[in-house]
Design a protein around this ligand. Structure first.
Ligand SMILES: Cc1ncc(C[n+]2csc(CCOP(=O)(O)OP(=O)(O)O)c2C)c(N)n1
Length: 637
């Protein structure tokens, strides 16, 4: 067969864009879904990525693109981690080979990547707000395009999702929300809302009433409409009487379902009907996370995100040799040792595994709170616990803490409540890309009175900072990056609890550069300056700054350089330079930090290189600077 003739049994080869899918007979769709699932498993096996969530929405993805006129109709995927199937049906099948790699496809939806990605995501619970905005825009412009938000039961636990439902219920715009209920967030989903969804799934009375409603959807024309209105009214009246209405109906939505999200013909028919309805509608779809891949079905938590694997053998956590200890593990070890203190309570916004809390949660379930994807609540809840004298630890990723800075300021810092923030994934994260980079916690954090900021460079310092933070009488934020955690980088000990450490002194300071490094950049600075005339200082605390020790060091050196893995604008370096100048301390200075543009996905190393913060980049900036500030003969490299 000539290579340019598509194989008719390879249905995916016939689908470049959804319009090709829409030309297929309905009976083919089940096969399309089966092939899409198989190819998705093969593809993620080669690249790694989010597996389980994607496998669960294969049928839904096919049905949505079959029924909705994408990209004119807008599909807004919440989080975007489950949009691989969507990418594969929208012209990006071949490009999946470079998923989450440098210059390759993003692991989430991105407007700049495709016209089919109606809205970019990565952080959760934004889809209903965005789709509602699109629905209102269509209405204002007199356009008939549809707006659909696809949101998981995990993402629905966030306040923003409820803010959007609240608004949509009032506006009565033409919005379809598809609730993908697989009972899982990354871990098992939590909260009273989960219980409500369980009741909706399992209440036979609701199901019978609902089936009545669904049959009505099939009726067309004015008679059908009249029947519909009267009978839906009747049905709703009965449901109210029996107290079995859904929360969504109370908020002004029409509620449909729950339906089996793997029954493709049923999905297609239901979506077809719902496409023609008006007003805010919610379709409750029940799916299985990991569907179609045994290991992922059995353990969807582990298979939420995976590295490369052999799909025939199924992924196993095969680790050759002894793996380096990660920062997350080092934090987890510290927490385990604190566990006997009954005052310590730990709070996570839906990141038990990622934040290294599984062990503590298992041993002390009454003192570990997974609050759902609810960063704002997590912080204020910690405030309440602290107000009563407990010692809360909020374990949170830097990128997700962005959601809760008002709570940090207003509820914690302003009242000077002793909450310890254990901020993981601070700095660049690699394959998850710009949406997940922890670039701003130092810039935000240093502006907040009462909040102390620790930036440990190794495990020893991490534990010292956490030990101090858990006992201190003000809020303390300890930030640490993704990746492996050096045990102890050595050097002189600090003179005071908030003091800096000289990690490696120069022989002749006045002929040398003073490098003031923070956190992850201490080890990199030591490596980058190995053969250069330089003193490497580990600042340890970004707030308060140990000016007593820093001032004479700046004076003693020919110039100084600050290196941090945080935003340059508003960064600690900017504050150091401004404060030094205010005190008349003028020396040549440079500030290396994350630039004023978003660094996209790649390996963490590639991302650091993009920002000039990898060891090679640091070395060349240090050498260039030394050439500027020292006589030419004294700089060898
Ligand atoms: C604001 C925010 N907090 C945390 C996360 C991390 N996260 C990514 S997916 C996910 C679970 C989402 O669950 P659900 O919406 O039910 O989707 P599923 O993976 O089950 O399909 C979480 C907590 C995030 N992306 N955004």
């Amino acid at each position: 067969m000539p290579t340019n003739t598509p194989d008719p049994t390879d249905l995916l080869s016939l689908i470049e864009l959804p319009e090709d899918l829409r030309r297929m007979p309905k009976r083919q769709l089940v096969n399309v879904a089966a092939q899409l699932r198989a190819q998705l498993i093969d593809s993620v096996a080669q690249t790694g990525g989010h597996l389980a969530a994607n496998l669960g929405v294969i049928e839904l993805t096919v049905a949505l693109h079959y029924i909705f006129n994408t990209p004119d109709d807008r599909l807004v995927w919440d989080v975007g981690h489950q949009a691989y199937g969507h990418k594969m049906l929208t012209g990006r099948r071949a490009a999946m080979a470079n998923l989450r790699m440098r210059d390759g496809l993003s692991g989430f939806t991105r407007r700049s990547e495709s016209a089919f990605d109606a809205f970019g995501a990565g952080h959760s619970s934004t889809s209903i707000s965005a789709a509602l905005g699109m629905a209102v825009a269509a209405q204002l412009r007199g356009e008939s395009r549809r707006a659909v938000a696809i949101i998981g039961d995990g993402a629905l636990t966030a306040g923003q999702a409820f803010e959007a439902l609240n608004h949509a219920g009032e506006l009565q715009s033409d919005l379809l929300v598809v609730l993908n209920d697989n009972e899982m967030s990354i871990s098992r989903n939590v909260g009273a809302l989960t219980d409500h969804l369980t009741r909706l799934r399992s209440n036979p009375m609701i199901n019978r009433l609902r089936q009545g409603g669904q049959t009505l959807l099939a009726h067309g024309g004015p008679l059908g409409e009249l029947l519909n209105t009267t009978r839906v009214g009747l049905r709703d009246g009965v449901k109210h009487m029996l107290g079995v209405t859904s929360l969504f109906e109370e908020l002004g939505f029409q509620y449909f379902g729950p339906i089996d999200g793997h029954d493709l013909p049923a999905l297609v028919d239901t979506l077809q009907n719902l496409r023609e309805q008006t007003g805010p509608r919610l379709l409750h779809v029940v799916t299985q996370k990991g569907k179609g891949f045994n290991a992922a079905e059995r353990d969807p938590v582990r298979y939420h995100g995976v590295g490369k694997f052999d799909p025939k053998i199924e992924p196993k956590p095969t680790i050759a040799g002894t793996p380096a200890k990660t920062w997350t593990q080092a934090f987890s070890d510290w927490l385990t040792h604190q566990a006997e203190n009954p005052e310590i309570v730990v709070i996570t916004p839906a990141m038990i595994e990622g934040s290294g809390l599984a062990d503590f949660a298992q041993r002390h379930p009454t003192r570990c709170f997974d609050v759902g994807i609810a960063e704002q609540h997590a912080v204020t809840f910690a405030g309440g616990l602290a107000a009563e004298g407990l010692r809360p630890v909020v374990a949170i990723y830097s990128t997700f803490l962005q959601r809760a800075w008002d709570q940090v300021i207003h509820d914690i810092a302003l009242q000077n409540l002793p909450v310890l923030f254990a901020v993981d994934r601070a700095g660049l994260v690699g394959p998850d890309g710009a949406t997940h980079a922890g670039s701003f916690d130092l810039a935000f954090g240093q502006a907040v009175p009462n909040l102390r900021l620790a930036v440990p460079a190794d495990e020893h310092e991490l534990k010292t900072a956490l030990d101090l933070g858990i006992r201190f009488d003000t809020p303390v934020l300890v930030r640490y990056p993704r990746g492996d955690c050096p045990a102890d980088l050595g050097g002189e000990p600090p003179a005071t609890p908030f003091g800096l450490r000289v990690r490696r002194p120069a022989e002749t300071p006045n002929q040398s550069l003073l490098i003031v490094a923070l956190g992850s950049k201490v080890r990199a600075a030591l490596q980058a300056s190995e053969n250069l005339p330089a003193t490497v200082v580990d600042l340890r605390w970004a707030k308060p700054i140990d000016w007593d020790a820093l001032t004479p060091l700046i004076r003693a050196h020919a110039g100084w350089m600050i290196v941090e893995e945080g935003s340059k604008l508003g960064g600690i370096g900017a504050t150091l330079i401004a404060t030094a100048a205010e005190h008349g301390l003028y020396r040549p200075v440079q500030h290396l930090a994350l630039p004023d543009f978003f660094i996209e996905h790649g390996t963490r190393g590639e991302c650091l290189a993009d920002g000039g913060l990898d060891v090679d980049g640091l070395h060349s900036r240090m050498s260039d600077f030394l050439r500027q500030i020292l006589p030419a003969s004294s700089v060898s490299q």
